[in-house]
Design a protein around this ligand. Sequence first.
Ligand code: AP5
Length: 218
Amino acid sequence: MYVVLLGPPGVGKGTQGVFLTTRPDWTRIVTGDLLRDSVASDSILGLEAEKYMIQGRLVPDELIVALVRDHLINRQSDANLVFDGFPRTKLQASELTKMLELLGKSMDTVVVLEAEDQALVERISGRRSCPDCKAIYNIHTSPPEKSGVCDNDDSVLIHRTDDDPETVASRLEVYRSETEPVIRYYEEIGSRVCRVDGNKDICEVRTRITQALALEKI
Ligand code: AP5
């Protein structure tokens, strides 16, 4: 099953994507993490991408499509694949459709997580992430056992540089103008689009996604 997790910044795509990939044979392509790793390694892609990320703007389509194409080639035999953070523009979506067609696959379900802006801003302000294993915490609602340190590997947790209020406002604006049209794109090509209320607590959202994808409970 191929699934896209769509939704505004902070709605819980990463959190829910991790749950999905705790299932056997489920993997993810997370463009935000791939880009942050590129930035951390000072690669040419990272240096270019960082200029956009720190302003809350989208990295140009051609760079992202090439990045996903590279990763998809290595993942084409994966039975179940979750796209988290991609596609984010109509052009990215149509390029993904073409890439999947070449592999003889198609998108099964698009899960759209929705939540109020106020909740998103609060969640993002409390988010802390592990730069190594990518685990996601929240200092208010889901803190690590030891303050500031990842439960999995003891790495020092970070507050993302694009999580300041000004950049978050810009990311929300970009979501409305560039990424919401992707939902219509999938509706128009006849994909299954499931809207899930992301205002609910993490467990409830997880249950609703499991139901939307008709997966067994684990
Ligand atoms: P990316 O990393 O993809 O950021 P985003 O889409 O803005 O999403 P976030 O990672 O901020 O949020 P999330 O929905 O994953 O929420 P999370 O689970 O962490 O992209 C970053 C940048 O990279 C972009 O701005 C762009 O520049 C670039 N980029 C990436 N992909 C690109 C593309 N395809 N094209 C062009 N540019 C691209 O949860 C947030 C917090 O809330 C956590 O603390 C969590 O614990 C908490 N939480 C989660 N769910 C709940 C809940 N139900 N109730 C209460 N708290 C919750």
